[in-house]
Write a protein that binds this ligand. Structure first.
Ligand SMILES: [Zn+2]
Length: 256
């Protein structure tokens, strides 16, 4: 059995669901990435850039629940719900390479920074309420002047993000989004009720987690129904193939 197949066995999916249930979005994203990349080390998962993480999560979603996505948004103008159906492929785009560096020109120098990863998002959460989350993240991702040697002349590159002007912070955030577009997928929709256009961030972590939660609760109901009738252990029932589990559910008249 390949590493991928065993990672996606019901018992393992339930383990991930259970550990992520009380966790933040960043931690859930990391747990899901572990399912998508069972061979990766903990450190590799932590360092995976967010666009790359989300590309992996789209593939995981396709493997677990198929290629069609459905989600419900609220129209910001009239408040009516908007139903959206699209394919996983519709929200696939480019993501940054692991060692990609962003640069923006500023006052005759260059400000350099890498792209954020799960380690950064978790560290950000660890800070509690950060007043300027973007500036804080940039401080972590900031790469001081390259070629750190005695001949390097001091330039504005030596200015750390806490001292960047607001327009520099905004330019940096835009440069990040351009370099790693998979990390920030926008759904452009037109409300069928009021015709107002709007843009919505597509959050693959939140979306996939809700689906995993729905699946897990359904699976536990099945385990409960079989265990209550036959007295078999959870591990035993989870290890059955889906067809055999379904057959027992049919025998006991379980319709769920
Ligand atoms: Zn509307």
């Amino acid at each position: 059995m390949s590493a991928m197949t065993s990672a996606l066995m019901p018992a393992n999916l339930l383990k991930v669901w259970e550990s992520g249930a009380p966790s933040s979005s960043a931690m859930r994203g990391l747990l899901l990435l572990g399912l998508a990349c069972p061979q990766a080390t903990a450190d590799e998962l932590m360092q995976t850039r967010i666009g790359h993480r989300d590309a992996q999560l789209l593939s995981l979603r396709e493997t677990l629940f198929g290629p069609h996505l459905a989600c419900l948004l609220d129209c910001p103008t009239c408040g009516q719900p908007i139903e959206l159906d699209f394919a996983v492929d519709d929200v696939r785009t480019q993501h940054a390479a692991p060692d990609d560096v962003c640069e923006i020109e500023a006052d005759g120098g260059t400000l350099r920074f890498r792209l954020p990863c799960s380690a950064d998002l978790l560290a950000l959460e660890g800070q509690g309420n950060v007043a300027h989350a973007e500036r804080w993240l940039l401080s972590r991702c900031w790469l001081p002047a390259p070629g750190d040697n005695a001949t390097a002349t001091p330039t504005p590159m030596a200015v750390a993000p806490p001292d960047w002007r607001e327009d520099q912070v905004q330019a940096a955030v835009e440069a990040m989004a351009l370099r790693d577009p998979q990390a920030e997928v926008l759904l452009d929709v037109v409300c069928p009720a009021c015709r107002a256009p709007s843009s919505h961030l597509f959050d693959i972590v939140g979306h996939l987690w809700r689906e995993l939660d729905h699946w897990a609760r359904g699976m536990l109901r099945q385990v409960h129904a079989i265990a209550a009738r036959y007295g078999w252990s959870e591990a035993h029932i989870l290890a059955m193939g889906q067809a055999r589990r379904r057959a027992y559910l049919d025998l006991i008249g379980y319709a769920g």
